[in-house]
Design a protein around this ligand. Structure first.
Ligand SMILES: [Mg+2]
Ligand SMILES: [Zn+2]
Length: 205
């Protein structure tokens, strides 16, 4: 862990309404992006490259109805490598949020890590505390939104996602394999094993 700060999140315009309607203690549905929200075509940063994971809008809407605040946490080594810049990422993120909002499934916020320990350019070449498997993005989100770690849930498609969840004390993490999202029952805490995505040993409830 270094002194490198986790970048400020993109916060959805619907955030006040989402927070006002959320039960306490507040709980998050943390979503990795590539492989969970959109198909991982590597360094996706434009509308043209975006193929949504089937069922993601329904899942987010159902999670919100169950009291979860949907928050995206994404490693963005493409920024570190200079493939696109932070402004491009922010514009794309705003578009992703607008697509969710248009389907009645608004996201609360998106956190990203623009660093990489070996491939980053200039100051972005750093061993930060936010690049998953480090828990920095999750920990910042918990502080920013006063979230209960143990009541929160994470969906990810990589071991680094699940490790970050474990390090941050997230109550449950579900591995998404091959773009197959868990079903609605898996969103209920204590419902481990009811989804198609297996709960992860050592992380599950
Ligand atoms: Mg992923
Ligand atoms: Zn970072």
């Amino acid at each position: 862990m270094t002194g490198v700060a986790v970048p400020a999140p993109y916060v959805d315009p619907a955030a006040p309404a989402l927070l006002a309607g959320a039960p306490t203690p507040r709980r998050a549905l943390f979503l990795d992006r590539d492989g969970v929200v959109n198909v991982d075509h590597a360094y996706v940063h434009s509308e043209a490259e975006t193929d949504w994971i089937p069922g993601i809008f329904t899942l987010v809407a159902e999670a919100a109805a169950a009291g979860y605040l949907p928050i995206v946490v994404t490693n963005q080594a493409g920024i570190a490598r200079g493939l696109y810049d932070a402004a491009t990422f922010e514009r794309y993120t705003a578009w992703v949020h607008s697509e969710f909002a248009a389907r009645g499934a608004p996201l609360l916020a998106t956190y990203h890590c623009p660093h990489h320990p070996t491939a980053g350019i200039g100051g972005l070449r750093v061993a930060c505390g936010c690049r998953k498997p480090a828990p920095g993005m999750l920990l910042r989100a918990m502080r920013d939104w006063d979230l209960s770690p143990s009541a929160s849930l994470l969906l990810g498609d990589q071991p680094s996602d699940l490790a970050a969840a474990r390090a941050a004390g997230v109550g449950r993490a579900i591995e998404v394999r091959g773009g197959r999202l868990p079903d609605r029952a898996a969103l209920t805490l204590g419902g481990a094993g009811s989804g198609r995505g297996p709960a992860v040993p050592g992380v599950s409830g």
